[in-house]
Ligand binder design. Structure first.
Ligand code: NDP
Length: 328
């Protein structure tokens, strides 16, 4: 038996609880793991509190991230005892996920734990940090350099935002952090933000073209914020879109694209091919030390996950939440 968060659906009612599950119920997979750490992402919080649309089949163990130790492997890529990492690929959506003590997964989804990170640190980064890195790689590939100007990060005190600020500042970019929690200004400056702005300046409908302020943007919130960010991006600049914390809609005009030649890059972390994941995690391990992550994450136990999911959706959580399976 192992402990897990299980989400069930009874007619239209969703229930999430910590429960014990018999190992024989683990799904088919060519690698079995003891999960050492997981994390609570925005998507996990939605899965735990609302179920749909994140969860595609019930009952489901949520958790889009895991770090663990291999206990059985039918794959020649992994051996018993290997430390591994998994982000996305439908984990916690279509396939039992990381908020449990055990998992059985497809070896094609796994990578070895990058050198230098403990399982807890890898989960502190998790899908959020890896998505921040993918967003930065998109800006770099667009050709944006530190001297080109400021980079705006929205949803700044969240998981993706916090890592985006930390990583951009380590790379030498000047970062402006947009937040609804001005009380977190000190935290954001410690991460490396040069300036902190109130997200209300971006969240309402604005003019199609506005004063050119950003060389690049990493947007985590969508809706009018993303539209205004595009309208304020300087000629030839680039914007990445990964999230929808404000909303899924994109009520924009084409003006920034056809008059300023800006580019909008969609960032998906879930189905990224392994080669791109490995490149992103390699960059993360080169850029981040344990010291860089101090203050960005808190550690909780599996018992605390359901309460944390509610807090996260209410915007009460700063940075990242790691679930340490050895914590009680
Ligand atoms: P978090 O919940 O940690 O952070 C989201 C942040 O968005 C909050 O901390 C808050 O920042 C801001 N925010 C919340 N509500 C609003 C609102 N109504 N208007 C404007 N800003 C708001 O989530 P993550 O950082 O983990 O994820 C951010 C987004 O990116 C989510 O939508 C998530 O689903 C998505 N995502 C997508 C991925 C992909 O592959 N495309 C991968 C990972 C995440 P503040 O208080 O500073 O304003």
């Amino acid at each position: 038996m192992f402990n897990a968060i299980l989400v069930t659906q009874n007619e239209q009612t969703i229930q999430s609880k910590l429960t014990q599950i018999n190992e024989v119920r683990l799904p088919d997979g060519d690698v079995e793991l003891d999960i050492l750490a997981s994390s609570v992402n925005y998507k996990d919080a939605l899965a735990i509190t609302r179920g749909v649309p994140v969860i595609r089949s019930f009952p489901m163990i949520p958790g889009i991230d895991l770090a663990g130790r291999v206990t059985r492997s039918d794959s020649d890529k992994f051996r018993t005892g290997d430390l591994v990492l998994l982000n996305g690929f439908g984990l916690g959506e279509q396939h039992w996920g990381g908020l449990a003590e055990k998992a059985s997964v497809n070896s094609d989804w796994l990578i070895h734990l990058p050198q230098g990170f403990t399982p807890v640190e890898a989960m502190a980064i998790g899908t959020a940090g890896y998505t921040a890195m993918l967003s930065i790689i998109a800006l770099e590939q667009h050709g944006i350099q530190c001297a080109d100007g400021d980079i705006l990060v929205t949803g700044a005190s969240g998981g993706v935002g916090s890592f985006a600020i930390r990583l951009l500042s380590k790379l030498g970019y000047r970062v402006v952090a947009a937040t609804g929690r001005l009380s977190e200004a000190e935290y954001l400056k410690k991460l490396g933000a040069a300036e902190v702005m109130d997200r209300n300046e971006l969240s309402s409908p604005g003019k199609p073209l506005q004063k050119e302020r950003w060389a690049g943007v990493i947007d985590c919130v969508g809706s009018h914020t993303l539209v205004n960010a595009c309208a304020m991006t300087q000629y030839g600049g680039a914007v990445t879109a990964c999230g929808l914390a404000q909303g899924m809609e994109f009520p924009a005009t084409v003006a920034p694209f056809i008059l300023r030649g800006i580019s909008l890059y969609g960032i998906d972390s879930v189905m990224k091919p392994l080669s791109v994941r490995k490149q992103a995690w390699q960059r993360l391990s080169e850029l981040l030390s344990s010291q860089d992550m101090v203050g960005i994450y808190q550690t909780i136990s599996l018992e605390q996950v359901i309460a944390c999911a509610q807090d996260l959706l209410e915007g009460k959580v700063r940075g990242r939440v790691v679930v340490d399976m050895s914590a009680s």
